[in-house]
Design a protein around this ligand. Structure first.
Ligand SMILES: Cc1cc2nc3c(=O)[nH]c(=O)nc-3n(C[C@H](O)[C@H](O)[C@H](O)COP(=O)(O)OP(=O)(O)OC[C@H]3O[C@@H](n4cnc5c(N)ncnc54)[C@H](O)[C@@H]3O)c2cc1C
Length: 460
């Protein structure tokens, strides 16, 4: 097959790159995607976070990319889920965020916007600042679990009307300058290749980069716990922000700790990190079924320097240790037990006022699996957060571990996202450029504009 631009991956980065090229150039675009159409993406585990039953995993792969089956929460800020400022500067970064939001609205994203402002927000910011905690106000739009497949379908159909072709359920095995080799033996020839394979393709992309001599660097990971508290405690904050983000630098180590992925009245779920059965936790919320609890990730940023720069290998070792201690299940512990230096038991958990929403867990001692520094950061961070959200650090607050947010290797590129191999561009999470839908989409647009620039076309 032939095209002017071959895009690998139909996640937000790939779809937005395709749209930019289709609307602003006459270049012929082909999107190669290993997964299926949005409506065909069904998870047999109903896990919302991926399991190991399908290959490729329907939660992570298919048109719409990772997260299409989940809530599709759009964080409308250039420095959340990545950072667009170093790539394009502040003004252009905000323009890109607006462009991404407008496109999702055009394809059916709800018009309702969570827009934190007013006296309640000011009061929260003041309380947080007094405790040395930074509250990050973010406008958010939620596409919604039920709505997301339809929005993505509309997006894809419009791209097809604009001349973009899709090659689905085809995995790209090898990247070359000017062509792609598919798993089944076929080839796609294109002057430009734009690789946007997301997290599910990050290891493959890192290997291809190594083979092609493209430098990469390890990015920091986030290691921490999933916190579960009674929903009523989070109610005042959840009213202000759908996914409230608090940033803290700990006093003891000056480490960066943050809240992430808040699921108000949601559920904690199990994730399988690899084929060896290493498990972790995550959280999700549903529109139709609600729990009595709110959960959120509480994460410590970890960067490493020589001799071990591979943060992912370090994170996997800790996750493996926690899995071992939990007998193949995630660990659960009351915060009070962690502080007292003793393991939790089901008896102790039942005495508390938080009923866990995940039962396939082992009561244990997170301090036996995690480095002392991370445990100290988690305890200090939660105690600081408690002064902003009273009750968060109560003795019966539940902590689940391991929770690790791995990062893709950052592929070396120019500001237009072209790699040192001429005409091979990258975008999105798989290239270590983003960690969220909006930023991934924006990097797709930046790479598409880089291609147009090379063709001598106006790129804005
Ligand atoms: C369950 C879940 C929920 C999430 N919820 C949110 C949220 O609410 N808000 C938010 O901002 N972010 C969320 N995220 C993160 C968000 O989904 C990602 O940041 C975003 O999708 C990244 O976009 P991308 O285009 O870079 O990659 P992806 O969306 O991962 O898309 C990459 C695509 O490339 C395909 N691919 C990979 N390798 C190959 C290959 N070799 N050949 C062909 N195709 C290939 C994959 O199948 C995939 O479809 C969530 C993630 C998950 C897993």
């Amino acid at each position: 097959m032939k095209a002017d631009v071959a895009i690998v991956g139909a996640g937000p980065a790939g779809l937005f790159a395709a749209l930019e090229l289709a609307e602003k150039s006459k270049l012929k675009v082909l999107v190669v995607e290993q997964g299926k159409l949005p409506q065909e993406r069904v998870c047999p585990e109903q896990s919302y976070k991926g399991c190991v039953k399908c290959s490729p995993c329907n939660v992570l792969s298919g048109v719409g990319g990772a997260g299409t089956l989940s809530s599709g929460r759009l964080n409308l800020r250039p420095d959340i889920g990545g950072n667009l400022y170093p790539l394009v500067g502040e003004e252009e970064a905000w323009r890109l965020v607006k462009r991404v939001d407008d496109v999702f609205l055009r394809y059916g994203s709800p018009s309702f916007l969570y827009n934190p402002n007013g006296p309640e927000v000011e009061e929260l910011e003041r309380r947080a600042a007094a405790a040395g905690v930074k509250f990050i106000p973010i406008s958010q739009r939620e596409i919604g679990t039920d709505n997301a497949p339809k929005v993505i379908q509309n997006f894809m159909e419009d791209l097809e009307r604009k001349g973009v072709r899709f090659l689905l359920q085809q995995r790209v095995a090898r990247l070359e300058k000017g062509f792609l080799k598919l798993n089944g033996g076929g080839e796609v020839h294109a002057k430009y290749v734009l690789v946007a394979p997301g997290r599910s393709g990050q290891n493959w992309l890192a290997e291809e980069a190594r083979r092609l001599g493209i430098p990469t660097r390890h990015e920091p990971i986030d290691l921490g716990v999933r916190v579960e508290v009674p929903a009523i405690i989070m109610e005042p904050v959840a009213r202000i922000s759908r996914d409230p983000k608090f940033h803290i630098y700990t006093k003891k180590y000056d480490d960066f700790v943050r809240t992430f992925c808040v699921n108000h009245r949601g559920f904690v779920c199990m994730e399988v990190y690899d084929e060896d059965g290493v498990v972790g936790v995550n959280g999700h919320s549903m529109q139709t079924v609600q729990s009595q609890n709110t959960n959120f990730a509480f994460l410590v940023r970890i960067a490493l320097t020589e001799p071990l720069e591979d943060t992912s290998a370090y994170g996997r070792t800790i996750a493996r240790q926690a899995t071992l201690l939990g007998g193949g299940k995630p660990l659960i512990q009351r915060l009070g037990d962690l502080v007292r230096g003793r393991r939790s038991t089901w008896d102790r958990i039942e005495k508390g006022n938080v009923k866990p929403t995940l039962s396939t867990v082992t009561p244990g001692d997170i301090a036996m699996a995690y480095p002392h520094r991370v445990v100290t950061d988690v305890i200090e961070g939660l105690e600081r957060l408690d002064t902003v959200i009273p009750g968060v650090a109560s003795s019966s607050t539940l902590l689940y571990a391991p929770e690790v947010k791995f990062s893709a290797n950052r592929i070396y590129t120019s500001k237009d996202l072209e790699t040192p191999v001429e005409n091979i561009f990258v975008a999105g999470d798989g290239a270590g450029l983003s960690r969220g839908i909006v930023t991934a989409a924006a990097t797709g647009i930046i790479a598409a504009r880089g291609i147009m620039k090379k063709e001598g076309l106006p790129a804005a």
